[in-house]
Design a protein. Structure first.
Lengths: 90, 132
């Protein structure tokens, strides 16, 4: 919900909204890892197994994003939100 | 084979994260459940490890492209867990179905705003806005 909030309520451009959202997510997820690790629910081996490939993906994704129109980013995000709403309702 | 599937989904999730600015957990979690047979809670907890990495490298790349506001990210990152805590308390007071429908409505509201924006017309190619 961070990206639409930044774009629609705070007047960010799409690229800035997604970049800033990624930074905020680091903190949010780090708090989450710490809390879940305290209960022994984090499988660090598997987490670290997917991390490098996921990081390669994000490098490719951010590079791709610079080459497309910002409207396209909004359109993809709108589609994702519709999908997630559908999952919630059905 | 399971590892190949897991890593393929991890790459796609990272790429989606880079394009739309999410952590990728929406794909990591089902992939960990399907390919690694983790339970829901363990999958969510474990996916956050990859989300930290995706967020950090993604924000660093976007910083290089001039699309990152560190101060705003810090404020959001510190405030969001407070909001989540308040939401968790409120959620316990509500029936689960009402909560799902509320979130679906919020998602559609944002989707409508973004779609209208996307349909409005070509934007300027780069966000050359002044830094704060």
């Amino acid at each position: 919900m961070i990206v639409p909030l930044l774009i629609l309520w705070l007047g960010y451009g799409e690229r800035e909204a997604t970049g800033t959202s990624l930074g905020a997510i680091v903190l949010i997820a780090a708090f989450g890892v710490a809390a879940h690790a305290a209960y022994g629910n984090v499988d660090f081996e598997k987490g670290l197994l997917i991390a490098p490939t996921a990081v390669a993906g994000v490098v490719a994704g951010t590079a791709l994003q610079q080459r497309v129109s910002q409207r396209w980013v909004s359109a993809v995000f709108a589609l994702l939100l519709v999908c997630s709403a559908a999952v919630l309702v059905f | 084979m399971d590892v190949v599937g897991l890593l393929a989904v991890a790459f796609v999730a990272g790429m989606l994260g880079g394009v739309v600015g999410v952590g990728g957990g929406v794909l990591f979690v089902p992939a960990l459940i399907v390919f690694m047979e983790l339970g829901q809670l363990e999958a969510e907890a474990t996916s956050l490890v990859a989300v930290v990495a995706v967020g950090a490298v993604g924000a660093w790349r976007q910083h290089g492209y001039g699309n990152f506001r560190p101060r705003d990210a810090l404020v959001l990152g510190l405030l969001a867990p407070v909001g989540v805590a308040i939401g968790a308390v409120a959620a316990n007071e509500m029936p689960e179905r009402a909560l799902e429908l509320l979130f679906a409505a919020l998602s559609l509201y944002f989707a409508f705003g973004l779609a209208r924006r996307a349909a409005r017309g070509p934007d300027s190619p780069s966000p050359a806005q002044p830094r704060r």
